[in-house]
Design a protein. Structure first.
Lengths: 377, 387
């Protein structure tokens, strides 16, 4: 007599919460010890950090309900045992963190630029964006609009760039650096792969030189040496000089990334383009570059993250970006000693931008893996 | 009949034409820049030349562990102190970042869910916050440490305060050089032992305990020699005199901040390359070696790591290069490296902007090139050797 064995339930210890815990935290005694140790530290640390940043923190008022105007009114100065972070320094200086010393009457121009930046960039990032084509036209003219809006001219009151600061400078440096370095990087990458030995050698030397020195030396170069190179009467303000250095720096890194993309294009694509009679520029513009750039976008975003973080270096040559404004706030005697609050806030702002960018790059990588077939045969 | 235009459709002519044009424009640009620069320098009364290098610097450097620097020393000495400080923090940072990075990379592939999450949060946070900010943050934490008078004591010889960590300084007496030579000889001989052991294993299959013989040679032999000679080493202990410590050896907070920030920041990147390197070794390799009956530690050492290293080393090289270049951020906390000491203070005092910047850039290029060359040699030695 044949009996069919009934299927049995899996052992309790491998399914459900208990099973999960056993598999992932307590699989053997070393793992269990480590888990308990980490758990202990987290139990100590997480409530403390939450308490410090949120529950015991002052935002605008201290624990007596008085509005905070200087450091001596912070709960953590009045009561070092129980007081949390004193975010009032951020609250009071928020304008500076966002705009620097931009005149208050003209600040609508910065706000408008921020909004337009979002309108210009978001359709660029997602190729399924509705009416993307029309939005992209705006993306192309946006730099010109933003330049006149922020800088003045065309009937707007001029605002000198040494009044710019905070997030404004960070974004201007990051966005302009990336936007200018992109075409320059393409030219350098094509130049390095060129058949003409002189051009290839010059591009290679330039790229390797820039990649071999730290950004800070290029910033010094822009600040100290560039004025010596310019003929009399030509004056560049600090921001422009730093922008030159940042753009040169970023273009070398961009070139290497794009060169990687160019190398991934199968030789057949070049040959096919040549055999239907396309010229060098037609071949590159219509066949090779569109494919090469497409596959190198994730890496382009990654180098852009690097640049965005590196914009903080401008504080060393005296520009006031987000970090510079933060340090300025700390140097102010009314707010002395609130370093952790300021650095926490500045880190958070940078983290939001760079984390979003790195997620975007991951999303692109995933899409590229499934989306297109490179036909590498 | 050939028209003039046909010349232009000749590829060879076109190539020569464009290259000559580029060289011409480049030369013209250089000529123009040299002209304006010379004019500008003359107008500002700046004499070019390298003579300033032998002028006395006239300022002090707080951290110079290798050269005893006095303010009467020259700008050239400032340069050497700067190079050594740059190299010191870079080498320390590279070693520590490699260790921490490998550790975190392996942790992220471990089976402990909690540990994996903690490592992930560490990597994401440090990677996404500017390094300069992290350096400044570490520095601001370190200078919150107690003052010298209330400094924290460890074992009565280590003192931690906001001026840095004071520790005993080893004083090498006559005869210590023999111990030092013994250590070098031990390194050289263990290199040959390794070669001989490998050859013997290839020929006969017999193994030789290379690692333990290496440690035996470099630790035990010099140690025996050390005691035979009569311990030619004493320590100079730091002691609190007045407002500061006298004697001993000090590690300044600037250095510690740079070291911590560079290590922690770069380790996050290294951990990612290590993780992707180990993941690049297919599961089949692990299973195949397990089915051959290899021990778990052998699978890791003989199968996984050699293959993972092929993927890891090229990005690791660029991380080392990045760390070295990032050490130039010491200027933000006053660490007297190449950029801060020579490219900053010397430049400002002498006004010789072009000379100083050229020297600084050339030095960084040399360091970068050296690292690339050595890492490329190493990379070639671990790549597949196809026969």
């Amino acid at each position: 007599m044949n009996e069919i064995t009934e299927s049995r339930k899996p052992p309790v210890a491998t399914t459900g919460i208990l099973g999960w815990l056993r598999m992932n935290l307590f699989s053997n005694w070393i793992n269990s010890l480590v888990s308990l140790f980490v758990l202990y530290i987290l139990i100590q640390f997480i409530p403390w950090i939450l308490n410090w940043t949120i529950f015991a923190a002052d935002f605008k008022y201290n624990f007596n309900g008085v509005e905070i105007t200087d450091r001596t009114m912070c709960s953590r100065v009045l009561d070092p045992e129980n007081g949390g972070a004193c975010w009032a320094i951020i609250y009071v200086r928020f304008y500076q963190f966002m705009y620097g010393f931009y005149p208050r009457d003209e600040v609508w121009r910065v706000n408008l630029s921020y909004i337009m930046l979002a309108v210009a960039v978001v359709p660029l990032l997602f190729d399924k964006f509705p009416f993307r084509k029309h939005f992209l036209k705006f993306t192309y003219v946006f730099p010109v609009i933003a330049f006149f809006l922020l800088n003045g001219g065309l009937g707007l009151e001029p605002v000198s760039t040494n009044k710019w600061g905070g997030l404004l400078v960070t974004l201007v440096l990051g966005c302009t650096g990336i936007a200018l370095a992109f075409p320059l990087g393409i030219v350098l990458a094509l130049g390095r792969r060129s058949n003409l030995p002189v051009i290839s050698m010059m591009c290679t030397l330039f790229i390797e030189f820039i990649r071999g020195v730290p950004l800070i030396t290029l910033l010094f170069f822009g600040m100290v040496m560039l004025p010596l190179f310019l003929p009399e009467g030509v004056n560049m303000d600090g921001l422009a000089r730093v922008l030159v250095a940042v753009t040169l720096f970023q273009s070398a890194y961009m070139a290497e990334v794009i060169r990687g993309g160019l190398q991934a294009i199968p030789q057949g694509q070049y040959e096919a383009a040549r055999s239907i009679g396309l010229s060098y520029w037609q071949m590159n513009m219509k066949i090779v570059l569109p494919q090469a750039i497409r596959i190198s976008i994730p890496s382009i975003v990654n180098t852009s993250i690097g640049l965005f973080k590196d914009t903080t270096l401008v504080i060393i040559v005296g520009l006031l970006d987000l970090l510079g404004i933060g340090r300025g706030a700390l140097a102010d005697t009314t707010w002395l000693g609130l370093a952790y609050e300021v650095y926490f806030f500045v880190s958070l702002v940078f983290f939001i931008f760079t984390f979003a960018m790195s997620r975007y790059s991951l999303y692109l990588e995933k899409k590229l893996k499934t989306g297109i077939n490179m036909g590498a045969d | 009949m050939r028209s003039k235009l046909n010349f232009f459709s000749d590829e060879k002519f076109r190539s020569i034409f464009f290259q000559t044009l580029v060289i011409g424009l480049f030369a013209l640009g250089i000529f123009f820049i040299v002209q304006t620069t010379a004019y500008n320098l003359e107008k500002r009364n700046i004499a070019t030349g390298w003579r300033f290098l032998t002028d006395p610097a006239g300022f002090d450097i707080s951290f110079s562990p290798f050269i005893d620097f006095k303010s009467t020393d020259t700008h050239l000495d400032v340069y050497f102190v700067g190079v050594l400080n740059t190299l010191l923090v870079s080498v320390c940072g590279c070693i520590a970042a490699t260790i921490l990075g490998f550790l975190v990379g392996i942790i992220r592939l471990s089976s402990n869910w909690l540990l994996v999450r903690v490592a992930y949060i560490y990597v994401e946070f440090t990677r996404n916050v500017p390094l300069l900010l992290q350096i400044i943050l570490w520095y601001s934490i370190l200078i919150q440490l107690p003052r010298v008078k209330q400094s924290l004591e460890f074992l009565d010889v280590f003192f931690i305060s906001n001026r840095g960590i004071y520790s005993p300084r080893p004083v090498f007496e006559t005869g210590f050089s023999y111990v030092f030579i013994a250590i070098i000889l031990a390194f050289i001989s263990s290199f040959f032992i390794r070669r001989w052991a490998k050859k013997r294993q290839d020929d006969t299959g017999k193994q030789f305990p290379v690692l333990s013989s290496f440690f035996g040679l470099i630790i035990i032999v010099p140690l025996i020699l050390f005691f035979i000679i009569g311990s030619p080493l004493s320590f100079d202990y730091p002691a609190l005199k007045g407002f500061n410590f006298k004697g001993g050896m000090v590690i300044r907070p600037e250095f510690i901040a740079m070291f911590l920030a560079l290590t922690i920041y770069t380790a996050a990147f290294i951990s990612e390359t290590v993780r992707s390197g180990i993941l690049s070794v297919t599961k089949g390799q692990r299973e195949a070696s397990a089915s051959l009956g290899l021990k778990k530690s052998w699978i890791m050492r003989l199968v996984i790591i050699p293959q993972a290293l092929r993927v890891i080393v090229p990005p690791l090289t660029s991380q080392y290069l990045n760390l070295t270049k990032n050490s130039s951020l010491g200027i933000a906390v006053g660490y007297a490296d190449l950029v801060h000491g020579f490219g900053g203070i010397s430049l400002n005092q002498t006004g010789q902007a072009i000379e100083c910047m050229v020297i600084v850039m050339a030095t960084y290029l040399t360091i970068s090139l050296t690292i690339s060359v050595f890492m490329n040699i190493y990379n070639r030695s671990i790549q597949f050797k196809e026969k």
